[in-house]
Ligand binder design. Structure first.
Ligand code: ADP
Length: 262
């Protein structure tokens, strides 16, 4: 089966007046349909650059990016984004915020509106349809942001530190909630995070990047043998600590081997 996303030997450098900064070096991986993959790596290693390339904002210096088997040359409607901040507009109701993406992309059909209402009901936000974003909790706002993204039926979800603006307790419940919704909808997701616990609790696979220029240090498959495999339940399972330590060691190994490098 054709992977949803395929990266083949991707290289990328920034060019500024001060010179060239190599951000990504020889990155190759693919995402199968329905797979949830996390990307972790030291701060400044190139994680956001990777997302910008996948989103079609930047073009690779060399290498190939395929979405559904076709070369990805520009921003694709098949890709949905969830960011650190929910970007809900206070001057719009929750319902109208959810419709915003459809409106901007000229897809505001009666069917889409019906789907929006159905999703608000399905995800427990029906009673807030006419509320302003400020009337909702942080978790509900992230739910609304997810509905806005899912409404356009993306084939791939890019999640860029989507929970890092939330306090620790809220983050646990919201990532559990959002993670379960993404699983239920069978979406393929790529999560960029600096939080190893979040990566282990949510994903099927964790891609560990090295320091800049980012290369793939390791890809760690994550499987839990628990009955009710949810992000919160994973955190209490015995395997959790093992995976966490493995990833921690991999990241710190990178720190140590690069020590003293200019
Ligand atoms: P991360 O998301 O992992 O923190 P980024 O992808 O934002 O890292 O950046 C990777 C590296 O690329 C940074 O260390 C920085 O030096 C460089 N970089 C990022 N954006 C620019 C830019 N606009 N111009 C020049 N260099 C940049």
């Amino acid at each position: 089966m054709t992977p949803i996303l395929e990266l083949k030997n991707i290289h990328y450098s920034y060019h500024t007046l001060d010179g060239e900064t190599k951000a990504l070096s020889d990155i190759s991986f693919s995402l199968a349909k329905g797979e949830f993959t996390a990307v972790v790596g030291p701060s400044g290693c190139g994680k956001s650059t990777l997302l910008s390339l996948i989103d079609g904002l930047f073009r690779p210096e060399s290498g190939e990016l395929l979405l559904g088997g076709e070369s990805l040359t520009e921003n694709s409607e098949k890709i949905g984004y969830m960011l650190q901040h929910d970007h809900l507009f206070e001057w719009r109701t929750i319902y109208r915020n959810i419709l915003l993406g459809a409106e901007i992309t000229g897809r505001l059909t009666p069917e889409i509106k019906q789907r929006a209402s159905r999703m608000l009901e399905q995800y427990g936000l029906k009673q807030f349809a006419r509320s302003k974003p400020s009337e909702l909790s942080g978790g509900m706002r992230q739910r609304a942001a997810l509905i806005r993204t899912l409404l356009l039926e993306p084939e791939l979800l890019l999640l860029d530190e989507p929970f890092s603006a939330l306090d620790y307790q809220t983050r646990l419940t919201v990532s559990d909630d959002i993670g379960q919704i993404i699983r239920r909808t069978g979406k393929t997701a790529l999560l960029v995070t600096h939080d190893l616990s979040e990566a282990v609790s949510l994903s099927d696979r964790v891609i560990v990047l090295t320091k800049r220029p980012a290369t793939i240090a390791r890809i760690v498959p994550i499987t839990f043998s628990i009955e009710n495999d949810t992000p919160l339940n994973r955190r209490n399972a015995p395997e959790f600590k093992t995976y966490f330590n493995e990833l921690w060691k991999e990241l710190n190994h990178d720190e140590q081997t690069n020590e003293g490098t200019p």
